[in-house]
Design a protein around this ligand. Structure first.
Ligand code: ADP
Ligand code: MG
Length: 307
């Protein structure tokens, strides 16, 4: 971090030259007085008095001066960083540390990077559970989300949820709030819109990218499948894509969430609605995986998309 110190010294010299100042003995004495009157400097010197001598303090004056200039300055050399004094052997050094505000912003940015949205709007990254209103009809869903988060803190294999309910009651929003919280806790989340994802599968034909994609969805810390049941499934997408992903998540007990306009029973009929004779068996098998992975919770309420 010496580079910053050099920059500051240059800046100080340039500023002094611009103001027609020279570093006369008199102005140096004045500067010294100000620096040693500073309460933070005094606290540091007191805390380290056993390690310091008059000579070492004098030899460290540049650090102390830079510290005083920077700590209250509004145009910091690097915004978001605060100067800090520390013992560097017998001398006093200065280093720059991210301010709490900057640390918080960095943390938020890192959390956002841990969520991958597939075919869903970016605005979902800004949904916070704390901002969701706790209308009575959604209390149970929010309670279950809270219970999951609490369990997830100590158990990365906690069971997920299946939020069913009418269009517009807030299922996707609740899951977005959950995703953001999991990401803040350090988990990697993939949140995908099932109908668009399934419709786009054909674009993977003829290359290996589908296997890679299935693998990613199979192993991410938390997977959220939004609007399951609204997609048009073929026996292939049901058994070889969705079935494979859910089986792998079940084998590894990885938290998996769903939202659907259908309850689980109706979803099973949807899964058996492709055109093969063995569909009911396959649908039942798929539903077994969904039931293993997630607990069904009905979200009630009005359609919030209407004015
Ligand atoms: P669903 O997934 O159940 O169809 P959404 O989660 O998409 O419903 O919610 C529908 C709309 O209602 C959202 O676009 C959002 O604008 C609004 N909304 C959802 N939940 C809340 C909430 N708790 N507070 C305010 N607005 C909300
Ligand atoms: Mg939705």
């Amino acid at each position: 971090m010496r580079a910053i110190g050099d920059m500051l010294n240059d800046a100080a010299k340039a500023a002094a030259a611009k103001n027609g100042q020279d570093f006369s003995a008199e102005s140096f004495e004045k500067m010294k007085k100000q620096v040693f009157a500073d309460p933070d400097v005094r606290a540091f010197l007191t805390a380290h008095q056993d390690q310091l001598t008059k000579e070492s303090v004098d030899a460290s004056f540049a650090s102390l001066y830079e510290y005083c200039r920077q700590k209250d300055s509004h145009d910091k050399v690097i915004s978001g960083y605060l100067p800090q004094l520390f013992m560097e052997g017998p001398l006093i050094g200065i280093r720059y540390q991210a301010s709490q505000d900057k640390q918080r912003r960095d943390k938020e940015a890192a959390a956002k990077r841990r969520i991958e949205l597939i075919d869903l709007p970016e605005k979902l990254r800004r949904v916070k559970l704390a901002d969701l209103d706790m209308a009575d009809d959604r209390k149970q869903a929010l309670f279950e989300v809270g219970a999951f988060l609490q369990a997830y803190q100590s158990n990365p294999h906690a069971k997920g949820l299946y939020l069913s309910g009418d269009f517009g009651v807030g299922k996707t929003y609740i899951l977005a709030g959950l995703a953001n919280r999991v990401a803040e806790m350090g988990g990697r989340v993939i949140f995908l819109h099932m109908p668009t994802f399934i419709a786009g599968l054909s674009s993977h034909f003829g290359d290996n990218s589908l296997q890679t994609e299935i693998q990613r969805l199979a192993v991410c810390d938390v997977l959220i499948l939004d609007d399951i049941g609204a997609e048009t499934l073929s026996p292939w997408s049901r058994d070889d894509v969705l079935g494979v992903i859910l089986q792998a998540r079940m084998d590894n007990d990885l938290p998996t969430f769903f939202s659907s306009n259908f309850d689980m029973k109706t979803l099973e009929s949807h899964f058996s609605a492709t055109k093969n004779a063995d569909d009911p068996v396959k649908a039942a098998r798929l539903m077994q995986r969904v039931r293993y992975l997630a607990k069904e919770v009905v979200v009630y309420g009005n359609n919030r998309r209407l004015p």
